[in-house]
Every structure is written in C-alpha cells, then in structure tokens.
Design a protein around this ligand. Structure first.
Ligand code: ADP
Ligand code: MG
Length: 292
C-alpha cells in the first residue's frame, strides 16, 4: 500500500507521518517512509538525526546508481520503520518532481520499492505544481493534514483538486482529512459538508508532541517512559487501523476558490458576530443585574 501525506507547510505532516508509520509497524507491517520535502526533516524524529538525502548521495557518486547500496540511503528508524529522505534541488532551482522520480527510480534499482507492505510519502506543502504532485502517481491513498482554519483548508481543497485530476489516470483515492493542532473542528466540518470526505481523526495541540520534536523522538518513543502518552499514540493507531481496513475513500469534488472563501468567511464572520452578540447580551444581563 502506498500513502501520500499532504497539507499546508508546517501543519504537522511529518509529525503525523512518523507516528503513523510507527502505528502501522506496530500492526506488523513493514514500513518505509520517504520524506519528499527539500527541508529533508521528515524522518528526523524516527532516526534522531538528519540522514543523507538521495540527491546528495547521487551527487556524491556522480549519478552512478550501480555504486549505491541500500544502506547508503535507507536508514532504520524507531519502531523498525525504514527511512529515506529524497532531498531537494538547490534552492530556487530544479524541480521537486524530478527528485521524487529519481528517488523512486533508485529504490526500484535497489529492489527496495517492492519490499515493503506500506510506503508512505511525506510531501511538501500545498500542491503548487505537477512536480510535487508526483507522489500521487504512486499512491493508493492520499491523506490531507489540516487545522480548523481557512489557510490549511484552502490548501486541502487544492490538494483535493490534484487528487481528482490524478485519479483520472491512476487508481488514487483520498482516504480523508486529519485535523491537527485543533481544539475545535467546526470549520473542518463545514468544509466536508460541501466537499464530502472522511475525517479520520482530529488531534488537539499537544505540548508533548512539540517537545517530542525538540527531543528528536516520536510520541511513541516518549510514551515508553511516560505511559500517559499512550492516549496520544491511540490517535495515530486509530488512523493506521482505518487505513489498513482499506477504506473506500473518495475522489474529492473540490470547491471553486471563491466559493470556498465565501463559505468559510461567511460562516466564520457569522459565528463571530453571533458570539459577540451573545457576549454583549451577557454583559447587558450582568449590567442589568448590577443595576438591580
Ligand atoms: P510539516 O511537516 O507539515 O511542515 P511538522 O510535522 O514538522 O510540519 O510540524 C511542525 C511543528 O508543529 C513541529 O514543531 C511539530 O512538533 C509541531 N506539531 C505538529 N503536530 C502537533 C500537535 N498536534 N500538537 C503540538 N505540536 C504539533
Ligand atoms: Mg515536514
């Protein structure tokens, strides 16, 4: 099974990816996570350090694929998850799609691409060009990470459009949305009312997740010494179990940009003005009470 995790920059794709990879490994699957962000920090909390990238290794070996061994580019991370970082073209030059293509080509030459039960691609930001949509060529399911805010849902909607486009030539489905760092989910719910897709899980902002990143560990590793964190691991185990059950998923019917903008802004402004009206009413009641 091939998974592609997408979402707005900084929304928590790599955090979800690493913990989801472990969750899948805990269910007995052989998992490979491929970081496809030029930031090359996707697998950082699995391995504890920034591993050499495929592109760096290819460059060092003058693009002689035959001189590269699996151990040069595939590193074992926490929980038995295998890790690869695709790397990136030099900043401001080249194409991310080329990098993903080279990565898959090398893994195939190393006979590694077909060795895993699950390959998870952790992909950079919003899909802004065909290049970063490249992992969708290989994926069975796309998972979209969002929060309960306009920008991330806007990006999610664009990613949905790319999935729909790719699904015309590939058997690709969107498994659903993952709400991250969200104590509320009303905007996410509003979005899926209009662009139906499953919501796999909604995670709040969890300070221990932030700390786990700084410690270069996943939440599963931290949970070994702090059993209270098993509750947090359950979020990821739940997502993993849903994926392993082979969900039907959807081919999203994205909203037009303007339609999405007015849907979310009308809802949000309405909610805010209602909230203000209620707050004003409450203040009025308090004032009335004081005057009595
Ligand atoms: P992305 O891969 O989308 O760029 P990251 O996974 O690197 O995003 O996450 C960005 C930051 O947010 C990291 O410091 C990470 O620890 C933090 N983070 C992610 N998810 C959560 C969460 N649920 N609660 C608190 N912090 C989180
Ligand atoms: Mg990332």
């Amino acid at each position: 099974m091939k998974l592609a995790v997408y979402g707005k920059g900084g929304i928590g794709k790599s955090t979800v990816s690493c913990n989801l990879s472990i969750a899948l490994a805990r269910r007995g699957k052989k998992v490979l996570q491929i970081g496809c962000d030029p930031k090359h920090d996707s697998t950082f909390t699995l391995t504890g350090f920034l591993i050499p990238t495929i592109i760096d290794t290819l460059q060092a070996k003058d693009y002689h694929y035959e001189d590269i061994w699996p151990e040069d580019v595939i590193y074992k991370g926490y929980g038995g998850v295998s890790c690869v970082e695709a790397g990136g073209p030099p900043a401001g030059a080249g194409c991310g799609g080329y990098v993903v293509g080279e990565t898959v080509k090398l893994l195939k030459e190393l006979n590694a691409f077909y060795e895993y039960d699950v390959i998870l691609f952790d992909v950079l930001g919003d899909v802004v060009c065909g290049g970063f949509a490249a992992p969708l060529n290989y994926a069975d399911y796309c998972l979209i990470v969002t929060d309960n805010g306009f920008d991330a849902l806007f990006a999610a909607n664009r990613i949905g459009a790319s999935i729909r486009e790719k699904s015309r030539s590939h058997p690709l489905r969107c498994a659903g949305l993952i709400g991250n760092r969200s104590s509320q989910r009303d905007l996410i719910d509003k979005y899926v009312e209009h662009c139906p897709m499953p919501i796999l899980e909604v995670l709040p902002l969890i300070e221990d997740i932030r700390i786990s990143r700084v410690k270069a560990q996943t939440i599963f590793e931290l949970a070994e010494s702090n059993p209270e964190l098993e509750e947090v691991c359950d979020f990821y185990l739940n997502i993993g179990d849903q994926i392993l059950s082979g969900p039907e998923g959807v081919v999203p019917k994205e909203l037009m940009d303007r339609e999405l903008f007015s849907l979310l802004s009308d809802y949000y402004l309405n909610k805010t003005s209602q909230g203000e009206a209620e707050a004003e009413k409450e203040t009025q009641n308090e004032t009335d009470f004081l005057m009595v």
